[in-house]
Design a protein around this ligand. Sequence first.
Ligand SMILES: Cc1cc2nc3c(=O)[nH]c(=O)nc-3n(C[C@H](O)[C@H](O)[C@H](O)COP(=O)(O)OP(=O)(O)OC[C@H]3O[C@@H](n4cnc5c(N)ncnc54)[C@H](O)[C@@H]3O)c2cc1C
Length: 397
Amino acid sequence: MSASTTFDFAIIGAGIAGVSLAHALSVLALKQGKSLKIIVLEQESQPGYHATGRSAAMFAPFYGPAPIRALTRASADFFQSPPADFSASPLLSPRGELLIARPDQLPRLEAFVKEMGDSLALKRLSGQALQDLLPFMKPGYACAGVLDESGCDIDVHALLSGFLAQARAQGVEIRTGAGVTGLSRGDSREGNQETSHWRIQTRNAEAPVISARVVVNAAGAWADALGVLAGAETIGLQPKRRSALLVDPPAGQAIGHLPLVIDMDEEFYLKPDAGRLMLSPANEDPEVPCDAQPDELDIAICIDRVQRAFDLPIQRIANKWAGLRSFVADKSPVVGWSQRVEGFFWLAGQGGYGIQSSPALSRYAAALLLGQEPPSDILAEGLVPSDLLPERLTTTT
Ligand SMILES: Cc1cc2nc3c(=O)[nH]c(=O)nc-3n(C[C@H](O)[C@H](O)[C@H](O)COP(=O)(O)OP(=O)(O)OC[C@H]3O[C@@H](n4cnc5c(N)ncnc54)[C@H](O)[C@@H]3O)c2cc1C
């Protein structure tokens, strides 16, 4: 693209949200016979460096608020049958997700099953069945469980790489090292026409200024900060740190077949990960947008909670990390046009579910951006568009 190119869409953020949207927009434009100029601007030197590269990589259809569950169900087909040449290996592999409850947590387990409508995909397990499945669980710790057999591991690297490769093949430009530092809207003359566009100031030394008709805010934890740069409303986004660590499994125990095991009150979870166990205290500690690091206290709390439930001696921590899960008040994503500034679109607040919902959420956002009706298969899963609009949130500046 020449220095004077005006892009149709500048997507800010090359996490799963921005990259999946670039893919979905280019696919929809192709279907409509439109040629669109799309650029993704990323402040880091590689896509997926923040939340996207630090997740637990789960596809968990029963996790999250109702809009997320609808988007996750609507994403299942994509994960199971991605487009041709999208990925050399499957995007999903069976894992299962097991909620376990101590006697004092039983009422909450029952309430969860009731809320899910006694779904056939959920299998109840007795305390004995749990003990048989998890021989290193302390005897009598949990008295009941619910197994979601549809829970899977996601190959996040393959997913992100597939979106990136196919978007690039459609002409999308992915520009890294291009942190956006300024956004202003102005008019310019193209032939006989006055058009309105964004002037985007970036840290990229070679091409510091970019022009685009529409800016999409897919900046993850930084989405509210980017909104302020644009003069848009704020959505009350709160990044929350979640930490994780990798440890060796109990000696002599095969773990590869185990599901992700999560405490009923989401106080910890563990799952097999390449021969080791990934543990998390499932913390949600408020943070400012940053390159999140695990706090020593997070790690100590995690080990304490897990060891109350399991005989799991921990000699060595093979790896530890943290990432930011960014939520608005109702924990549902924010997708739609700004009510305050023209040509500014929100794609934020994916919280702890942004990978599993990305195929459907990106198709949904692409339809809105191109002035289409929301995809009917997504609405058929029960998504209510007004549940995602930025104007449902009361925080304004
Ligand atoms: C420990 C943990 C476990 C998780 N487990 C799961 C799970 O099992 N399943 C699931 O579906 N989800 C999970 N999640 C949530 C998931 O990772 C997020 O919802 C998702 O990655 C959010 O994607 P994103 O693109 O919005 O954000 P990000 O991946 O953070 O991407 C935003 C990008 O915007 C860039 N950016 C910000 N500001 C600017 C700027 N001014 N200019 C240019 N670029 C900018 C950032 O550098 C960043 O790369 C988990 C998250 C964590 C932390």
